[in-house]
Unconditional design. Structure first.
Lengths: 115, 358, 135
């Protein structure tokens, strides 16, 4: 008998917690999220590979490719600051979870010949 | 009265990190305890020989997640004094702000785990809910919730503008108000007192002789806190260490609770006195020499010994963390207590085993 | 000096050797100092041991040079809390301490499979020291 009031009150008031994943909060700006690159601006200098503390970036000058292992990356942001042309940037959202490990690879397209 | 040997295993619901104790028990009273470490040894000190001294900041931060900013601060202070770099005053005050935010979040985490150790789960949830406000502050100012890498040799990487400052001070008011609401539940509750008063007494002489550090030392009556030496703008702030005299688990709890309120006050003072200016200085060259650097972490004093010879890589990096110094007092407190009190006693020294084993 | 960062210049550490270390530590203990920790570094032919003592936030350092393969007395008779640090240095650098009350025989952090002391540039064989303990 004493519980009925509490039960009714709990049924009729709104939730105390957030209904994730239907309601997600937005992260703040300048959060160090997923690492991405604008491949057209990259000059393949390799500074990001030298400075990375967990050695997760591989730059290949012959193939003109830039690879990152997102599962080894610690999202510290040193490569973003070290890049001389500022082509690396970090998103606001973190990477969504996946069930298979992958390596992210970008290849620079050959520039069109100028006549 | 037979003696039994019980393993207090590496996996235990109460311990945040794995620690093994072999307890010799005589009818539920503990007679002897022998520790066994090595479950999280990663050999991070050896990495100093193959990573240069600026990459080592990232590695040193990851020794422990809860006190990570203070590890980087200690390391940067040592390298800066070897390279004779003068940190600008605004960077020193910003470092104080982040260090005290770390202290608040570490002590709130500990209060939650401590309540969980004697089964008080709703208090555990409330403490961690208050801690979420502090994690939001860290995420907004530095970019990450747990391992905030904002230290560089010569200053800090990010600045805090006036709007952010106002928001930080408002959030801190709410944190202090909510922590004060929990005061009667944590400190004046009959059940909590039955489990903590008079249990695990560490006398003043023993605490000093066995080399205890942090609230384990200050809960036994010795007023020693490394922030009194005045590193990184503490010399310009009004600060006295928090001391309790009883030496039992209750005294250490009161000590940590009061340090949370003191840390919020220190942040307010730092913001009111912060000067304008640049936030970092670019150093040149490589360090050379030997230096011993100490900083007050939430758990005690941490000591860094850095030896460099002017080359790109360091010669030797040695870290001694406060939990390593608090294990001999723990082994002294355990004989004579009940078997059911062992988890509570281990938590009163605030064990951070990944710091201990690096 | 009451500073949190102390640069060890050439003459600021007290020099001592393996024979006098116990009497030096007894003098410091009677003076009210407490042991903070011990550090060690590899100097090629010998191991450099540094003892750090503290009183009221003043730091005092004592330096001892131990050639590789020699024994040095343990200070656990003066400061019982040194037992963990000495075990760690024994495991990582291969320094033998005389009179350790609680000896982990090189198993504190590392496994049996690790054959050579990890921190020395030219590693000392750990398997031999373990066999000597077993005898």
């Amino acid at each position: 008998m004493f519980m009925t009031k509490t039960v009714l009150k709990n049924l009729l008031t709104k939730y105390a917690t957030r209904l994730y994943p239907f309601q997600k909060i937005e992260t703040f700006k300048d959060v160090k999220g997923e690492l991405k690159i604008e491949m057209e601006k990259c000059i393949l200098c390799g500074v990001c590979q030298m400075k990375c503390p967990s050695q997760c970036i591989t730059v290949d000058k012959k193939d003109k490719s830039w690879e990152v292992d997102p599962f080894a990356c610690v999202y510290c942001g040193i490569c973003v600051e070290a890049c001389p042309v500022k082509c690396l940037f970090q998103e606001r959202l973190y990477r969504p979870p996946v069930d298979v490990k992958q390596i992210v690879r970008h290849v620079q397209e050959a520039k069109p010949e100028q006549s | 009265m037979a003696r039994t040997v019980l393993p207090f295993g590496p996996q235990h619901p109460v311990l945040p990190e794995p620690l093994h104790l072999t307890l010799t028990v005589d009818d539920e009273i503990v007679k002897e305890a022998i520790p066994k470490l090595g479950y999280v040894h990663r050999g991070l000190e050896k990495l100093a020989e193959i990573r240069d001294h600026t990459q080592m900041i990232q590695i040193v931060e990851r020794v422990c997640g809860i006190c990570s900013f203070l590890h980087a601060l200690c390391y940067c202070q040592g390298i800066e004094s070897l390279m004779k770099v003068d940190v600008p005053p605004r960077a020193k005050f910003l470092r104080v702000v982040w260090a005290e935010l770390h202290r608040i979040h570490s002590h709130l985490l500990w209060l939650g785990l401590f309540a969980d150790a004697f089964g008080f789960e709703s208090l555990f949830m409330q403490c961690w809910r208050i801690r979420e406000r502090v994690m939001d502050l860290q995420e907004a100012t530095a970019g990450n919730r747990v391992i905030i890498s904002v230290n560089v040799v010569g200053g800090v990487k990010r600045d805090i503008d006036k709007e952010m400052e106002k928001w930080i001070l408002e959030s801190l008011e709410k944190v202090v108000k909510e922590v004060n609401q929990l005061r009667t539940t944590i400190l004046d509750d009959y059940t909590v007192k039955q489990r903590t008063v008079g249990i695990g007494v560490l006398s003043k002489e023993k605490a000093y002789e066995l080399g205890a550090a942090g609230p384990t030392l200050r809960g036994s009556g010795i007023a020693q806190d490394l922030r009194q030496t005045g590193y990184a703008a503490y010399s310009e702030l009004d600060f006295t260490p928090v001391v309790e005299t009883d030496g039992d688990s209750y005294a250490r709890t009161v000590c940590r609770f009061n340090e949370v309120l003191q840390a919020a006050d220190l942040i307010k003072q730092a913001f009111s006195k912060m000067p304008e200016g640049e936030i970092s200085v670019k150093p040149k060259g490589f360090p050379s020499g030997e230096v011993v650097s100490r900083v007050e972490q939430p758990r005690g004093e941490v000591l860094y010994y850095i030896k460099a010879t002017g080359k790109k890589f360091l010669d030797r990096l040695r870290i001694r963390t406060p939990t390593f110094a608090n294990i001999p007092p723990l082994l002294d407190m355990l004989p004579g207590c009940d078997l059911a009190d062992v988890p509570v006693l281990i938590l009163t020294i605030d064990p951070c085993i990944s710091c201990t084993e690096r | 000096m009451k500073q949190s960062v102390v640069v060890l210049e050439a003459a600021s550490a007290i020099e001592s050797n393996s024979i006098n270390i116990i009497s030096e530590t007894k003098k410091l203990k009677d003076g009210g100092y407490r042991l903070v920790t011990m550090s060690s570094a590899d100097l090629g032919e010998s191991i450099d041991l540094l003892y750090h003592f503290d009183q009221d936030l003043d730091l005092v350092n004592v330096r001892v040079n131990v050639p590789k393969g020699n024994k040095t007395p343990s200070i656990t008779s003066v400061y019982p809390c040194a037992v963990l640090v000495e075990n760690e240095i024994k495991e990582h650098f291969g320094v033998e301490f005389d009179g350790l009350p609680l000896d982990f025989a090189g198993m504190l952090y590392l496994d049996e499979e690790v054959q050579k002391t990890p921190f020395c540039k030219i590693g000392v064989n750990r398997v031999e020291t373990q066999k000597q303990e077993a005898k």
